[in-house]
Design a binder for this molecule. Structure first.
Ligand code: 5RP
Length: 292
């Protein structure tokens, strides 16, 4: 306890100076709780308002995907360039050094794999998410699939659990075999995620109407990368997505399957954070790829 004798009197009350307000920088999240905002401010850069998330959770449904056979060799060196990593708890504990101190978007639902029908999923235990200090809980939401209701229930339960502990929920819009990735579907799926409690949404970019997908989603959208494309094309669609209002990327294969993943993630950062053009970013990629 502080000494009671000879203490300095409190007299600096700043009378007349209004209390400074700190508006929150992410769309639709002004009224989120403090812990939630703290975690979101680690995932999204408050200066650019955007994030470069590195996704390497593919193995949980696909097994040893190309580029992820030895995550210790391919992913660990990339972590320092990401703002946030998206992975399973298995990968986290095996190959992510805790000293990297990166916010983790933890894959929080799991179930069927590519060998059967995807998306019949259950949830992990919130205690384990807290144990690994998750900054977000990522949930697959399969609108229009036979497991639509299961995945929406998973989202709702996760959003409730996340709200209890101040952990944001990332609604990940899955695309089934028979669903088209057009703005009508992506707009519907993203909006449903947000309305059911997702703090932010991961969806795909589409050539036509993406601006409307973003506009009609009341919380931030980050885009998935999808299948590996030539570097210039991946940088182009990342650029288009950011120009049309996306708050970042959650990219996997277009980074770790690139011939030069460390150069590629830095080129993606230039587009996402510095608003560099795809041409500038490609030049950066071509310069960095020769560096050791
Ligand atoms: C599917 C997922 C993935 O597992 C992964 O994160 C996708 O990353 P990419 O498409 O960029 O390889 O979330 O919806």
């Amino acid at each position: 306890m502080a000494e009671l004798d000879n203490t300095k009197d409190a007299n600096d009350y700043g009378i007349g100076i209004p209390v400074k307000q700190h508006p929150f920088f992410l769309k639709g999240l002004e009224h989120a709780e403090w812990g939630m905002k703290d975690r979101l401010s680690r995932i999204f850069n408050p200066l650019s308002g955007n994030t470069v998330m590195l996704a390497f959770d593919h193995g949980y449904i696909m097994g040893p995907t190309s580029g992820l056979e030895r995550m210790d060799l391919t992913i660990t060196p990339l972590i320092e360039y990401a703002d946030c990593i998206m992975c399973t708890r298995g990968a986290l504990r095996s190959i992510v050094p805790p000293t990297s101190n990166k916010p983790v978007s933890l894959r929080y639902s799991a179930g069927t794999t590519v060998l059967t029908e995807l998306n019949d999923e259950c949830l992990l235990d919130i205690e384990d998410a807290i144990r690994v200090n998750a900054s977000a809980l990522a949930i697959m939401v399969a609108i229009g699939s036979e497991f639509e209701a299961v995945t929406i229930k998973n989202l709702v339960r996760t959003a409730d659990m996340g709200a209890k502990y101040g952990i944001p929920t990332l609604g990940v819009t899955a695309v089934g075999k028979d669903l088209v990735r057009d703005s009508r579907y992506l707009g519907l799926a993203s909006r449903i995620c947000a309305e059911n409690g997702a703090t932010f949404v991961k969806t795909y970019f589409c050539e036509t109407g993406f601006e409307q997908v973003v506009a009609a989603c009341p919380v931030p959208i980050v885009i998935a990368g999808g299948k590996k494309l030539p570097e210039n094309e991946a940088l182009e669609f990342a650029y288009q997505a950011i120009q049309q209002g996306a708050a970042g990327v959650d990219m996997g294969r277009n980074v770790f399957q690139s011939e030069h993943p460390i150069a590629m993630i830095q080129a993606v950062r230039a587009v996402v954070h510095d608003k560099r053009t795809p041409k500038d970013a490609l030049d950066l990629y071509n310069t960095l790829k020769h560096q050791k």
